[in-house]
Unconditional design. Structure first.
Length: 644
């Protein structure tokens, strides 16, 4: 493992030669000369040589009468050099061992070891980090608690303003809230390498606007199914924000953005944004401020300052962040989550105050720890990153939602989770993050509150398979199996690939004694999707066991254990199959193994009807006591009683 200390002068000069020989610099002798000058002056700590006047004279051969207030040569050439550096490190130099950066505001060069080419050792406690392990090669959908939906996050991009009307009288509002949808920005530059920009822009805009008071922003999952034509009628949207990244006739990157009334299609604001040398970072404050003005929102001083502040001071860090955002969306492969972590780590390495990048690091680790790998390897890191994000910016709801889920699924601390997720919008973030979570957030088994949350969310996304499945999940835990079956069937009609739909429908059918139909449903998942995740395999084994087909259940159990040699299989799932076989000894052996790895499934011991006959078993009570400590034992008994 290489050191993370400042690179040697020899290594820096080798990197400089690579950069200067690259395509972006090859035909620009002025940029070559400029970069070599600032690198050598920075290595020598010759700060006087890095003044604008000195650069004009020594690099661009201006005479001593040079006046920077009249002649902008140095500033213009600096912008071009920075643009070429960004182009180089976005493509050919992406995996170089060193990054040369010349931040705006001066001409001193920074030299950073590329975080994607070495393992990062654990930093000081104030700035958590992790070395990324090799990702699994098994490409599958999220499979532990259900299908993932996109977390609401925070934003970025350009400016707008042209034509305005009074929006306060024009658009749909919910309980005084303005309902906004950010449709995915399109990449029309002719280069697929810029897709990460438009993907990241869309994600971060959704996050930024979700932080504004009185604005309800639809999730990315919802807008994927939305068009201009159905936004108002089907999703109750008042406003649409759309955008496209293009190149103008001069070859410069341009962002076109438009805010329109979703009901009548009238354009409220439309503008073309030309980033400073392809740096999208500075225009984020403009677009947020213009949309705020266009929506007629009055912000207090604190919110206004936050809306105008860029997410990061570093353009290179922002580029890493956008690439990470694109990879997080491809979360059906754990390898993409690992790669997103590398990108986010690179971002915080360049800008240690980049709060949203820390929150996104927490999100990626949370998903790995719940869906794919040992919780012990990821949940503590998720907590550290989320806490650090909030220490930098206490307003990030995503980080609060992550901490609430860690309280719930890793610490098994229901009161702490309910406190963290007390705000409705934070609770909705958690529900979007993890399938079959809503019922766990209800107080003492009062499932009506969870159902109310879901019905409110469905008003803005009525065709969401995930939300409909959540209703099925709530009904299952409430013991209302016929309603549960009905909701799960509706969800599968919307998305026939939904893990949560197959799993939920199968277990609800099993509880009604319709074993054959349950097995047909569960076994249909693999032909439809090409894989069979452990959660489906375990439910098949459970149904076989309770239907008295012991031989098949034991064979399924063997398959699960073989699967565990190749990928992570939560011990809880194996315990469930032993439970169906009536092998209580092995059931508790595997439950204790689940405890040792801090399985996120264990919190469901209190509410899943599977365990209703075990509630008086002293071994279960002892396990729950270890999980939640004595002060929560009475609460779990009440939850269990209400679930029966």
């Amino acid at each position: 493992m290489e050191s993370t200390q400042t690179p040697s002068a020899e290594d820096i000069r080798a990197e400089l030669n690579r950069v200067i020989a690259s395509v972006p610099f090859a035909n620009s002798h002025r940029s070559q000369r400029f970069l070599r000058f600032v690198v050598e002056a920075s290595l020598s700590n010759a700060d006087e040589s890095l003044k604008e006047f000195a650069i004009a004279v020594d690099v661009f051969e201006r005479n001593v009468s040079y006046d920077p207030s009249i002649d902008a040569t140095v500033r213009v050439e600096a912008g071009r050099m920075r643009a070429r550096l960004r182009e180089y490190y976005a493509e050919a130099g992406r995996n170089d061992p060193i990054i040369i950066d010349v931040p705006k505001g001066g001409y001193h060069a920074n030299f950073i070891r590329n975080p994607t080419t070495f393992e990062t050792p654990a930093p000081a406690a104030q700035t958590p980090s992790t070395a990324v392990e090799a990702p699994h090669s098994w490409n599958r959908r999220p499979v532990v608690l259900g299908a993932l939906a996109v977390l609401l996050l925070i934003a970025v991009v350009g400016t707008m303003l042209l034509r305005r009307r009074n929006p306060a009288q024009a658009a749909s509002r919910a309980n005084g809230q303005i309902v906004l949808a950010v449709l995915p920005f399109s990449n029309e530059t002719g280069s697929d390498s810029n897709t990460y920009l438009t993907e990241g822009i869309t994600q971060t805009l959704i996050r930024q606007f979700s932080q504004l008071p009185r604005v309800r922003v639809l999730s990315r999952a919802a807008v994927e199914r939305m068009t201009r034509q159905n936004a108002a009628t089907q999703f109750s949207v008042g406003y649409l924000l759309t955008g496209a990244l293009v190149r103008n006739s001069d070859g410069d990157m341009v962002l076109n953005a438009e805010l329109s009334n979703a009901k009548d299609g009238s354009v409220l604001i439309s503008r073309q944004y030309i980033p400073d040398e392809a740096d999208l970072r500075p225009i984020q404050a403009d677009i947020v401020q213009d949309v705020v003005n266009g929506l007629g929102i009055q912000l207090n001083a604190k919110d206004s300052a936050g809306a105008q502040q860029p997410l990061t001071s570093s353009p290179v860090a922002f580029a890493y962040f956008l690439r990470g955002e694109m990879l997080v969306r491809k979360r059906d492969d754990p390898g993409n989550l690992h790669r997103s972590i590398e990108e986010f780590q690179a971002a915080v390495k360049l800008d240690p105050s980049f709060a949203l990048a820390y929150s996104s690091l927490a999100e990626a680790h949370l998903e790995l720890g719940v869906y794919y790998e040992l919780p012990l390897d990821h949940m503590p890191l998720a907590r550290q990153y989320a806490q650090h994000a909030l220490s930098l910016d206490p307003s990030i709801r995503q980080a609060h939602g992550i901490l609430g889920l860690i309280d719930l699924l890793y610490d098994w601390n229901l009161p702490a989770a309910q406190t963290e997720l007390a705000q409705a919008d934070t609770r909705e973030n958690a529900i979007w993050s993890l399938g079959c979570t809503a019922h766990l957030l209800a107080t003492n088994g009062r499932y009506r509150h969870a159902e109310e949350d879901l019905q409110r969310m469905l008003e803005f996304d009525p065709d969401s398979s995930m939300l409909i499945s959540e209703l099925g999940c709530v009904k299952y835990y409430a013991g209302q199996y016929d309603d549960s079956i009905r909701y799960y069937r509706q969800a599968m009609a919307v998305d026939f690939q939904s893990v949560l739909g197959y799993w939920g429908l199968g277990r609800a059918l099993t509880k009604t004694g319709r074993y054959k139909e349950a097995l047909e449903t569960l076994r249909a998942f693999k032909p439809a999707n090409g894989i069979e995740p452990p959660i489906i395999t375990a439910e098949i084994g459970y149904t076989e066991g309770v239907s008295e087909d012991k031989q098949s259940a034991e064979e399924t159990l063997r398959q699960l254990k073989e699967q565990a040699k190749k990928i992570y299989v939560d011990p809880y799932l194996i315990a469930v199959v032993y439970l169906s076989l009536g092998d209580h000894g092995r059931t508790y052996v595997w439950l204790n193994k689940a405890y040792d790895v801090r399985s996120p499934f264990l919190i469901s011991l209190a509410s899943d009807p599977k365990w209703s006959d075990e509630i008086r078993d002293p071994r279960l009570r002892a396990l729950w006591d270890r999980m939640t400590h004595q002060q929560a034992v009475d609460a779990v008994h009440e939850v269990s009683a209400n679930a029966l």
